[in-house]
Design a protein around this ligand. Structure first.
Ligand SMILES: [Cu+2]
Length: 163
């Protein structure tokens, strides 16, 4: 519940900023109106349905994601590079001796997503909502589950932002 509320609040702030920048105030009044589109997604073991998405640049999307699998999953939006970095972080957190190099990596211990990537975690059977405004300056992004082994097993999809 809290998460949903927070996501909605963030979405509101973002789309307000967009509208102000574009003199585009002809949208419907407040409430749910700042969401242009709702996309329902299913996360399973190990897949997403849909397998890819087309999204209008600048549109605010409400993702409603249901985990119908028996494992915990996550839904993270970012470019391919960010997803890969996130994946490496998750692997280090999952134990093992992956973390060679100079950094201890303790700053990642909380399981945060680097602050910039919209993300929700889903326990088995859980449903979560994520409100996100599509950027206008990129052609494509990925959504993925970066829990170790999941992405590799097929838990990712392409977001096409060509309009
Ligand atoms: Cu997963």
């Amino acid at each position: 519940m809290r998460k949903t509320l927070l996501a909605l609040t963030l979405g509101l702030v973002t789309s307000t900023a967009f509208a102000a920048g574009e003199h585009g105030g002809s949208h419907a009044p407040a409430g749910d109106a700042e969401v242009d589109r709702t996309i329902r997604l299913e996360a399973g073991d190990m897949w997403f349905d849909a397998e890819s998405l087309n999204v209008e640049p600048g549109h605010t999307i409400r993702f409603e994601i249901t985990n119908t699998g028996h494992l915990a999953h996550e839904f993270v939006i970012g470019d391919a590079q960010a997803q890969e970095a996130h994946r490496e972080m998750m692997q280090q957190m999952s134990g093992g001796h992956g973390g060679h190099g100079d950094h201890g990596g303790h700053d990642m211990a909380e399981g945060q997503h680097g602050g910039q990537m919209p993300a929700v975690n889903l326990a088995p059977g859980e449903r979560a909502t994520l409100v996100w405004t599509a950027p206008k300056n990129v052609d494509s992004l990925e959504y993925a589950c970066n829990i170790p082994g999941h992405y590799e097993s097929g838990m990712s999809g392409n977001i096409d932002l060509q309009g």
